[in-house]
Design a protein around this ligand. Structure first.
Ligand code: S5P
Length: 267
């Protein structure tokens, strides 16, 4: 496991340019916060991204929840990602056969591959989905694109456990050039055998909230501190930050909690 190494070291050693960029950004901004910006109008989304951008390393979107998605949404997000230096992660959770997913990633009205540095996917349908997304990335002329596999889910009763989680990791390891890591609640070292010590998959942990245990639909939270102690690298937080009375104060609180816990665990 690489969780005891500094992000600076991991940035130096990593084979994937997007992972190198992410680790370097984290060091530069002293933050491992991924803001889940689940707002439903372009104005609200861009306003939040502008105010909180300085404190985060990745902005996670659900672009299909916007009621007024248009070209300005993407122009605005792209401009803010440059202004504040954060990556964009479209939480699309691709799940279909490779041929369909390739079209959903490249085309449609959303043209996700054009603007999202990171997208995620589920391996329910087997490795073909990763093959298809990797082909789009490799054939494209944009160098910084990466995938995350949804290896676990935070909601109560999730079926993404045990052999499903193990299969997610096995598939990730088949595509190390484009799969930069996975979304999981913890490090999952029990599924990663120790022979392959040159691997460095990045762990993104969702379901992070300082003041709540969950919601009425089965969401289950842990804190930044417990997530980092469990081997997470990047903390995804939504309502804990954007629905707080003062989102700027909240993002600073999550950033400090995440960074302190990161500092405490590195060698
Ligand atoms: O297992 C998961 C995976 C994801 S990506 N559980 C999740 O909650 N998510 C996403 O993280 C979810 O779609 C939402 O955008 C965010 C959590 O939001 P919060 O408001 O509960 O922090």
């Amino acid at each position: 496991s690489k969780s005891r190494l500094s992000f600076a070291k991991r940035a130096e050693q990593h084979r994937n340019p997007l992972a190198r960029h992410l680790f370097a950004l984290a060091e530069k901004k002293q933050s491992n916060v991924v803001l889940s910006a689940d707002l439903t109008t372009t104005n609200d989304l861009l306003d939040l991204a502008d105010r909180l951008g300085p404190y985060i390393v990745v902005l996670k979107t659900h672009i299909d929840i916007l009621s007024d998605f248009n070209d300005d949404t993407i122009a605005g997000l792209t401009e803010l990602s440059k202004k504040h230096d954060f990556l964009i992660f479209e939480d699309r959770k691709f799940v279909d056969i490779g041929n369909t997913v390739q079209k959903q990633y490249k085309g449609g009205v959303l043209r996700i591959h054009d603007w999202a540095h990171i997208v995620n996917l589920s391996v329910l349908a087997g490795p073909g989905i990763v093959h298809a997304l990797e082909e789009t990335i490799k054939n494209g002329d944009i160098s910084e694109r990466g995938l995350l596999i949804l290896a676990e889910m935070t909601s109560k009763g999730s079926l993404a456990t045990g052999s499903y989680t193990k299969a997610s990791i096995d598939i990730a390891r088949m595509y190390p050039e484009t799969v930069m890591g996975w979304v999981a609640t913890r490090e999952l070292s029990q599924f990663v055998d120790s022979k392959t010590d040159d691997e460095d998959f990045v762990v993104f942990t969702t379901g992070v909230n300082i003041s709540s245990q969950g919601d009425t639909f089965g969401q289950q939270y842990q804190t930044p501190t417990t997530a980092m102690a469990g081997g997470s690298d990047f903390l995804i937080a939504g309502r804990g930050i954007y629905a707080a009375a003062d989102p700027v104060a909240a993002v600073q609180e999550y950033r400090k909690a995440g960074w302190d816990a990161y500092k405490a665990r590195i060698e």
